[in-house]
Design a protein around this ligand. Structure first.
Ligand code: PLP
Length: 223
């Protein structure tokens, strides 16, 4: 069996140079992260606060921790000191809390807004119209300890490649619209976080520049 670091190196050889790879290590032990780390990987993604806390404590401090899943408002405080990027901001309330906790640590936390483009009803995120309205309305501008850096989305969990492609394409169109209308002078607003183990090649065709890959690197998760 190949090790995480070998698989990461194989994936990276196929990626265009401007694409960042977040290795999604949720449910996998710190030892597997250490293997990937030894191969040079520094971006890791987690989606449970407690698990992230434990890993952050024992693993090297130059890891960039990405919080990729749904984040509960009452848990922001536990990760605010060190989290590198929060991918799935889906309410103003959450963004306000991130801002408040970031301020306590005298830092600015980078965030992505989560866009809901998938068919599944269970997934979190702003619908396209909600997202456009939210950005237009501008309440986020008052928050000085968070920085909006782009969008994140997940495609439907289906085999139909056309369906997946059309969802990523929609996300890309909305990103470009927001970029040109509201963030043209903000260099930081540049991240398109879409694509996972099964669909990242399609995501890259439709503008992704940050992929979040878990099971392909670390194997199946045991929940
Ligand atoms: C688990 C997870 C991933 C990684 O999924 P894989 O299919 O294992 O690559 C990516 N993004 C989010 C938001 C996740 O929760």
């Amino acid at each position: 069996m190949k090790s995480p670091k070998e698989i990461i190196s194989e994936i990276k050889q196929t990626l265009p140079p401007d694409i960042k790879l977040v290795a999604v290590s949720k449910f996998h032990p710190a030892s597997m992260i250490e293997d990937a780390y030894a191969g040079g990987q520094r971006l890791f993604g987690e989606n449970h606060v407690q698990e992230l806390q434990q890993k952050h404590e024992v693993l090297p401090k130059d890891i960039e921790w990405h919080f990729i899943g749904h984040l509960q408002t009452n848990k922001v405080k536990y990760i605010a000191e060190y989290v590198h990027l929060i991918h799935a901001v889906d309410t103003h309330k959450l963004l306000m809390e991130i801002n408040k906790q970031a301020e306590k640590h005298n830092r600015v936390i980078d965030c992505l807004l989560q866009l809901h483009v998938a068919q599944e009803e269970t997934k979190f995120g702003f619908t396209p119209q909600e997202l456009l309205d939210y950005v237009e309305q501008g309440e986020w501008r008052a928050l000085k300890n968070v920085r909006l850096c782009g969008l994140m989305c997940m495609a439907s969990n289906v085999d139909d490649k056309k369906q997946i492609a059309s969802e990523f394409e929609q996300a890309n169109t909305i990103f470009n619209k927001l970029k040109s209308e509201y963030f043209n002078n903000e260099d930081c607003f540049a991240i398109r976080s879409w694509g996972m183990s099964d669909d990242y090649p399609i995501a890259i065709e439709y503008g992704s520049n940050m992929i979040r890959v878990g099971s392909k690197i670390f194997g199946p998760r045991v929940y």
